[in-house]
Design a protein around this ligand. Structure first.
Ligand code: HEC
Length: 81
């Protein structure tokens, strides 16, 4: 829900939907990378702190609860079967 309504799919594809913009990677299997919840929350709060020059906007304004939910969702995304 948070993923679908936060504008992520303006740049990212996920399980065949969404758009591919600014070189943003597909997130269908992002959980396989084992970044972990804490890392994902930090990345969403400040993408350019993780990768300098990142074209991804910061999503700090979503607030901690929704960022945590998003990170849990991303971490659980292990691809389609
Ligand atoms: C304006 C385009 C844009 C939007 C909107 C956007 N992203 Fe991104 N995102 C990017 C780009 C470009 C990258 C690759 C550069 C980087 O890693 O920072 C990226 C990278 C990522 C990564 C790291 C992927 C990896 O393999 O390391 C995650 C996780 C991510 N985005 C999640 C999200 C989520 C969740 C949202 C919605 C809250 C979102 N993004 C919204 C452009 C965007």
């Amino acid at each position: 829900m948070v993923f679908a309504t936060s504008g992520c799919t303006a740049c990212h594809t996920y399980a065949g939907s969404g758009n591919s913009n600014l070189g943003a990677p597909d997130l269908t299997a992002i959980g396989r990378r084992k970044y972990g919840i804490r890392f994902l929350v930090r990345q969403l709060q400040c993408p350019s702190c993780i990768r300098s020059g990142s074209a991804m906007p910061a999503f700090r304004s979503l607030g901690e609860k929704r960022l945590h939910e998003l990170a849990v969702f991303l971490d659980a995304s292990k691809g389609t079967h």
